[in-house]
Design a protein around this ligand. Sequence first.
Ligand code: PNS
Length: 162
Amino acid sequence: MKTKAVYPGTFDPVTNGHIDLIQRGAALFDHLYVAILSNAEKTPLFSVKERVEMLEEAVKRYRKVSVTTFEGLLVDYAEKIGASVIVRGIRAVSDYEYELQMAMMNRRLSSRVETVFLMPAETYSYLSSRLVKEISQLGGSVRGLVPREVERRLRRGNLKKQ
Ligand code: PNS
């Protein structure tokens, strides 16, 4: 049987840490849906459309990966697309508590969907979308931390503000 997995998140914006995880997920499962939460409460820097575009550009060489959006409960979305696995990344022990809480809650909501944690390469263990935005807005370089297209859009956003 083919196993489909969903890798959900905000991806505001996608980082090379996310890409590292996507590669690992795609190597393990038959298909990986990278799913952007579209009704998040927090105010994002990039619109959902922009985040989809950046992710699509970054994963276009991976045949087994597609970029989607979802709203509502993640487990409902996973069941709707026939995914039996939720992929989440754990960078450090500090991520674990929040991730465990979500995984347990998702298990309670649906016993048909299993959460699998993957660790990114050490190089990305301190990387986050939040820090990328902060560094970029303060004029620092994010080269090597995000895909080139993301870097370009962050720079363009900064120029517009000036
Ligand atoms: O990248 P993030 O912001 O840590 O991703 C969080 C995300 C999108 C995975 C989480 O907020 C989520 O699954 N939201 C959908 C609503 C839901 O199912 N809530 C119950 C989770 S226990």
